[in-house]
Design a protein around this ligand. Structure first.
Ligand code: SIN
Length: 525
């Protein structure tokens, strides 16, 4: 375990600023050890066949046309886990063409046939859950418990949308004219480009691909360069249970991401793009997709406010803050980024939160007892460090953590007295830093909470039902947790407003993103 011990509590402002960044630069002997460990990690899988190191196009596992590859490393240890094909434009066009061809027959299958195949895929995910979770931990770094949680979450989208496949109802609409009957039917939109992030390597695939397949669409997936193995394992299971060639295609890349992303958004055969990632990239992709007016859904950056009123149940508020802030080491779009605490309970909340955070066990996600793993790479650690430094320079105090650890690790941190203009209130930190801001009134905190271009999630803790309701309605976000820090299930419409994107994933709305509504007006009756 890495130390995030009490010694770090109440670190003085000077010492927090004096901490030097430490890059993870392994020595030759460390590198050799890592290679040995690489075989060891892969060997831990019960089913070695799930660690696919090729891409999937038209039902065939393939290398890049020029044979080039890129490496995937465990962010906790630097260990090389394996490689994936470095694909480009040619392979992307092939994948889209395969998906287009497959759409002709897949779109004609019955909802029941798609339901049955998705149920088989769900069963295969459940049967292989230990391996799927291990792959998540190896490539993303999250703890075993978090990885298992993600694996179950990922499978639940396949189960949910298997059922939703059979419920894509249309309407009958009364006509104002005699002799006319209007009905609507739902039809699959076509080939879908699926672009996903590394923070949930498995669940962000299934949240998009589940409804696409259920609706009768075919997909081309571009997983993130950091974590392609989860999507390849998912595709392997889909092949095993019998998804036809071309229905699911996976194109991997590291350095050609720009040209592949552009093709996936501009290619005329693609009818829908679904993206989860940063707001900056979302804007670029949306402008590319607009060239052919493709339907798009976007889940982009967040800057979630977490509001605790004097009348809140503090035990629940602290547990909620632990989940909403520190899940996946803070690398979650719905992570609370700004924690507003009313003045009457501020000191108690701050002390108790710091005490809980100090008990975290930071380390390699594979180690027994690890609660929080590393960040994805050193650039992520740099950003977190920058936010802490900025807050401390503006007068915040470090209650616990506040420092960079070895490699890609940052000590889980609680900062008090963060001014409301600190960098971490403006920009998503995407790391394990809870910045506490004191407030006095309901109106004041709603204004502060809404003072951001983002609007994904928000949280409010109060035992006054009227206040919870007013604040929930007043927050400019797509999702509110009222007395809960946990929102994520397959059953709810997940998504944001403002610059956090548009469209909803999961829930009843999730499948609508992959369907078009066709009116058929019968005349002359
Ligand atoms: C995300 O971080 O984008 C997804 C988080 C979740 O589904 O809970």
């Amino acid at each position: 375990m890495l130390s995030c011990s009490k010694t770090a509590i109440r670190l003085s402002r000077q010492s927090a600023l004096a901490i030097k960044p430490r890059q993870f630069t392994p020595t030759l002997s460390q590198l050799l050890l890592m290679r040995a460990a690489s075989t060891k990690s892969a060997a831990m899988l019960k089913d070695q066949g799930l660690l696919r190191q090729q891409a999937l196009i038209n039902g065939k596992w393939v290398d890049a046309a020029d044979g080039s590859t890129f490496q995937i490393n465990n962010p906790a240890t630097g260990e090389e886990l394996g490689s994936a094909p470095e694909m480009g434009l040619v392979e992307t066009k092939e994948a889209i063409a395969a998906a287009s061809e497959a759409f002709k027959t897949w779109s004609k299958t019955t909802a029941k046939e798609r339901h049955d195949l998705l149920k088989k895929l769900y069963d295969a995910m459940v049967a292989n859950m230990e391996d799927l979770a291990l792959i998540i931990t190896l490539e993303n770094g999250k703890s075993k418990a978090d990885a298992k949680g993600e694996g179950v979450y990922a499978a639940s989208f396949i189960e949910w949308f298997a059922e939703e496949a059979t419920r894509t109802y249309g309407d009958t609409i009364p006509s104002p004219a005699q002799g006319i009957r209007n009905v609507t039917i739902k039809q699959p939109i076509g080939v879908c480009s699926i672009l996903t992030p590394w923070n949930f390597p498995s669940a962000m695939i299934t949240r998009k691909v589940g409804p696409a397949l259920a609706a009768g669409c075919t997909v081309v997936i571009k997983p993130p360069a950091e974590t392609p193995f989860s999507s390849l394992a998912f595709a392997e299971l889909a092949q095993r249970v019998g998804f036809p060639a071309g229905v699911i295609n996976v194109v991997t890349t590291h350095k050609n991401i720009k040209e592949i992303g552009k093709e996936m958004c501009e290619n005329k055969s693609v009818k829908k793009v679904s993206f989860t990632g940063s707001t900056g990239i979302a804007k670029l992709l949306a402008s590319q997709a607009s060239s052919t007016l493709k339907k798009m859904s976007i889940e982009a950056g967040g800057n979630a406010p977490f509001i605790v009123f004097d009348d809140a149940d503090l035990d629940k508020a602290i547990e909620g803050a632990i989940i909403a802030k520190f899940r996946n080491s803070g690398q979650t779009c719905i992570c609370s980024n700004r924690i507003y605490v009313q003045s009457g309970v501020y000191d108690e909340f701050a002390a108790r939160l710091a005490e809980r955070v100090d008990k975290f066990k930071v380390g390699n996600g594979l180690d027994e007892g690890t609660t929080h793993g590393p960040l994805i790479h050193s650039a992520a650690v740099d950003k977190v460090e920058r936010h802490v430094k900025d807050a401390v320079e503006r007068g915040a105090s470090v209650l616990v953590g506040g420092k960079r650890l070895e490699g890609n690790f940052f000590a889980p941190t609680v900062l008090s007295d963060v001014p409301s203009d600190a960098q971490l209130t403006v920009e998503e930190t995407f790391g394990p830093v809870a910045g506490l801001i004191k407030f006095e009134t309901e109106d004041e905190v709603i204004k502060l909470a809404n003072n951001t271009p983002y609007g994904l999630a928000g949280y409010v803790y109060s035992n006054d039902i009227g206040r919870s309701w007013r604040v929930s309605e007043g927050l400019e976000v797509g999702m509110v947790g009222a007395n809960t820090g946990s929102l994520s299930t397959a059953y709810i419409p997940f998504g944001g407003v403002k610059e956090s994107g548009y469209g909803r994933e999961g829930g009843r709305e999730g499948i609508a993103e992959y369907l078009t509504t066709k009116l058929i007006s019968f005349g002359g009756l």
